[in-house]
Write a protein that binds this ligand. Sequence first.
Ligand code: ZN
Ligand code: ZN
Length: 337
Amino acid sequence: MIPSHTPAAILTAPRGAVTVASVPVGEPGTGEVLIGMEACGLCHSDLFVASLEKLPLLPLTLGHEGIGRVEAVGAGVAGLAIGDRVGVTFLASTCGVCELCRSGRERFCPRQLNFGYTVNGALAGYAVVPSPLLFSVPDALPAAEAAPLCCAGWTAYGALREAALQPGQSVALFGMGGLGHLAIQYARHLGLRVAAVDVSESKLEMARSLGADLALAAENASRTLQKQWGGADAAIVLTGSPAAIQQAFRSLKRTGTLITSGLSTNQYELPMVDTVLKGISIRGSYLGTRADLDEVFRLAQLGVGRAYIETHALDEAPALLERMRQGEILGRAVVEF
Ligand SMILES: [Zn+2]
Ligand SMILES: [Zn+2]
């Protein structure tokens, strides 16, 4: 039985508090499906959305790391049936016709809609969602473990692939949160030497237990990497901290690559002389290709990229977001329904 209302973690005003409230469950319209959610992870981008001065949709249900099952299918939906298990990511829909959409880079489509930002997200018992960019999720993966892969795993894997490193090369990962602890596992699977960097000793401990070759406190990281490795071939910044971007830049060897994939509204500054004379490449990385997420789910079934999770009920979401803001969550907090 599909209920008329469902609890959801919502924002009712820009820069307002996240609250849990009852929202109506609609019928899926053309191109939409109704999903009964099994689990949804909490991401720093939820805090980013909650911090924006303007929001395109209010009230807004947050959440873009959702795993659930299709419970009803609207008109004109191809390839999905009741009972299918799907993943909700940050990417809700794209135009499908622009140059980027037609070349497998739909995540950069200027006309994209985003779950938990421009359309309602997955932090709800039930969600009516656009169907085109729902991902198939293997039945073998427990929902709470699969949920963080929809954003943290996909983004971490996509950033590593952007770095285009060969086995034996080195990567420094800045930020050992939800993305970072998965990035270590993918980097090791790709045969890379891995340095993990964070400001938190407990997160560095987790990084060591996941097999990082070096686990370094942020303030010494660039000096240590230059001394021990002659710099890293690539440095990937998985937080929104401008200071981390500067530390990552200084940790690179000549002709190295800096990848930024954390989100914040801050600006960052980097030295022009070193960028030019050392031939540094600087790239932004956002999510990944659709094949990347399929690969992330495949790897998880092999035990690579298993998320370290703590699970909670939906009504704890506001307190969990606050703990995340304080940097107190190890791995990922996941809401189970
Ligand atoms: Zn996210
Ligand atoms: Zn497009």
